[in-house]
Design a protein around this ligand. Sequence first.
Ligand code: MG
Length: 205
Amino acid sequence: MSMRIGFGFDSHVFQAGVPLVIGGLTIQHTEGLAGHSDGDVLLHAITDALLGAVSAGDIGTFFPPSDPRWKGAASSLFLRTALEEIKSAGYRIGNVDTCLVMMRPKIVPIANELRESVAELLEVKPHQVGIKAKTPEGLNQDAVAMAYATVLLESLEQEEPLKQMAAVAEDDDELNDVVESLVVGVRDTSALGRKIPAFDTNDLT
Ligand code: MG
């Protein structure tokens, strides 16, 4: 299986009088993030990580701040474009990990909600998304929100043989027999289909 990694970073300044939007969520706070779009620092970092993973440039390549069409735009639009880019390049998301850096508001109480929002926008399961947060200790950046994101992409090519088998197999049992015959001797088949444990947000620091 072919894999690609991507990395993204973004920062925005806090500003009074605008809503605070992070990870597609509108968050109750005294200030929002200034920006040409909705200022969603987290989605911008993830968008850049996705585009970078398939060498497709960055968010400014597709949505230049000089273009009035993107004034006040929802950043989920940018994210959808990046998703289309990775799909057309033949990849899907394996997992995404992120780190928000801001003095306030506190992210930990809303980390689970953020994770579900980002997962829904990325069309993946919540356990494929990591949301972590830090305060900018010693950086003298209390008026700024920063976000870092990494993504791991997996190629879609491995899915094709299974899809073809699914198309010809008479029923699930027959398909399972075919899959088992392919993987036997390679790995412990009793591990297949094992439920993935839920992500524990209490681990967030
Ligand atoms: Mg930005």
